[in-house]
Design a protein around this ligand. Structure first.
Ligand code: AMP
Ligand code: TRP
Length: 346
């Protein structure tokens, strides 16, 4: 890899319950990143299903394997082409766990303790009976830093909720380079201008989330069109009647969220949405957004069904991806070991 060359990396949790927020905030950008990478210039887009992150909270081992297959099939159905990008399972590439440990030496305990995701997850778990908060949950952002830094990635497409984790990985890379010499690349986040924070349909002041909020507030990528339309028809709005943005504090978060979703799905701007639905009332607008999203996701759901039916092929795809990933990460780890003076010299 030569200086200034673009390299994209992102990770995604294994689950079949990927929602519209994941799709619009992240998965859509993965496909764009793949399309934008110039293979002939040695550019590459790397996407990782993070099973090692999944073990930081309560889970079932057999189920985890299934959920990795679900996510793999969703990503391919959404347009990732394993021939053109590197698509793999984190646990298959040992470099991630090794680098995670090594980066622990240049990560501040206090920084980990400030992470919003750590604080909210920890609180969520502590409210459950038999709560067990793992050390892994605390160290989660170090593994995430290792994911990206092991490839000297330059860009990380994510939704807005990952901003703080990316800031931390930049800090970790900078501290490593200061302490041990220029070895790692300090990556930039790529958070989309529109759709980086899709809100819960029932509580538009909270982000759409896999764990928080109720079923009626989130729309799944794999959901049947009728279910999708129903959820949009009952989306919470406000007591007004104009399909128009009001800005922060304007009390129109529900409508703004729907406008944003329609913008992404149709590839148009908010002014166009406002003009089109001028005087139409909320009922018609919500129905139109529901129709548009149902239509947008239908082909993904159809392709998914065919891909998910062949787990052996998904395993072959992941194995081939892991081989390509390991070949990229191994030389970086060799440089890291050398810089840090651990293990036998090369
Ligand atoms: P996860 O399923 O937690 O691995 O998240 C996968 C990606 O989806 C990450 O890049 C998140 O930032 C992004 N994401 C999660 N929730 C939302 C949301 N409500 N709106 C936009 N992006 C999101
Ligand atoms: N923590 C991310 C999330 O919850 C997933 C993730 C793991 C990730 N490793 C990553 C994202 C590396 C970007 C880069 O969404």
């Amino acid at each position: 890899m030569s200086a200034g060359q673009r390299r994209i990396f992102s990770g995604i949790q294994p689950t079949g319950r990927k929602h519209l927020g994941n799709y619009i905030g992240a998965i859509r950008q993965y496909v764009e990143g793949q399309e934008a990478s110039d293979e002939t210039a040695g550019e590459v887009a790397i996407y990782c299903i993070v099973d090692l992150h999944a073990v930081t909270v309560a889970y079932d081992p057999a189920e985890l394997r299934e959920r990795v297959h679900d996510t793999t099939a969703i990503l391919i159905a959404a347009g990732l082409d394993p021939e053109r990008c590197v698509l793999f399972r984190q646990g298959d590439v040992r470099e991630h766990t090794e680098l995670c440990w090594l980066l622990g030496g240049v990560t501040a305990w206090g920084d980990l303790n400030r992470m919003h995701q750590w604080k909210t997850k920890r609180e969520q778990i502590e409210q459950q009976t038999g709560a067990f908060v793992s050390a892994g949950l605390f160290n989660y952002p170090i593994l995430q830093a290792a994911d990206v830094l092991a490839y000297r990635a330059t860009e990380v497409p994510v939704g807005d909720d990952q901003r703080q984790h990316i800031e931390l990985m930049r800090e970790i890379a900078r501290r490593f380079n200061e302490r041990f010499g220029e070895t790692l690349v300090v990556p930039e986040h790529r958070i989309p201008g529109v759709g980086a924070r899709i809100m819960d349909l029932q509580d538009p002041t909270s982000k759409m989330s896999t764990t928080a909020g109720g079923e009626s507030g989130r729309v799944y990528v794999l959901e049947e069109p009728d279910g999708i339309r129903k959820k949009f028809r009952s989306a919470v709005t406000d007591s007004g009647r104009e399909v128009r943005r009001a800005g922060p504090g304007g009390g129109k978060e529900g409508i703004e969220n729907l406008i944003e979703i329609l913008c992404v799905v149709r590839g148009i701007g908010p002014e166009q949405v406002e003009a089109e639905f001028e005087g139409s009332g909320y009922g018609d607008f919500k129905a139109a957004v529901g129709d548009a999203v149902a239509e947008y996701l239908a082909p993904v759901r159809e392709r998914y069904a065919a891909l998910r039916a062949d787990p052996a092929e998904l395993e072959r795809t992941l194995a081939a991806g892991a081989e390509k990933a390991a070949a990229l990460a191994a030389p970086v780890l060799a440089d890291v070991r050398d810089a840090m003076g651990v293990a036998a010299p090369r």
